[in-house]
Design a protein. Sequence first.
Length: 169
Amino acid sequence: MEVSVSQVSDTNAEVPATRVGAPWSVAEEAALYDGFSGLGDIQGLAARLGRSRGGITGRLKSLGLVEYDANGLLSVCSPKPAFKPIATLASPDDRPSKRDRSLARRPPMASLNASEQYCVRIFRQIPRERRKELFLVMRILASVGSIEESEAPPDDDAEPDIPSDVAPC
C-alpha cells in the first residue's frame, strides 16, 4: 500500500521532538520569538525547533509572550514585549562536553613524599561525613598563619614574678 505525501504531511500529526529536555540556546529562543505570532503557531514552532508543545508554551511564557488567564487558558500578551533571552548557550552546538573524570582523580601515592603519604593514609581513615569538619578546621588554621609567626603562650609552670617586699601567705 502506498502512502501519498498529503497523508503524511498532516498538520495535526505529532512530529517527534528531538530536543526535548535539551538546554535552550539564545539562537533557538530568538527563532521562537521571531516565529511566534499567535497561539496557532505553537505546533509548527514545536516541529521546527524539535521541541514538544509543552516545551514551546513553557518557553513562550518564560519569555513573556503568553500568559495564563483566570480560566487557565493561554492568551497572547499584547503588546509584544522586547526580546530578553533566558538561555545561557549561544547556539545548540555550544553545549559543554561531558567532564573528563580522569583529571579529578587523586594523584598517585608515588608522587607524594613520605609525610604526604602518611597524611593521605590517615585522611582516608576518617569517615566521609567528618571530612567536611576537618576541612573547615584546616582552613581556619591556615588563615591564622604559621605557628612560628604567632606569639608564644604564657608558660604555666614558670613561677610568677612576686615582688621581694611581699611575703607569701
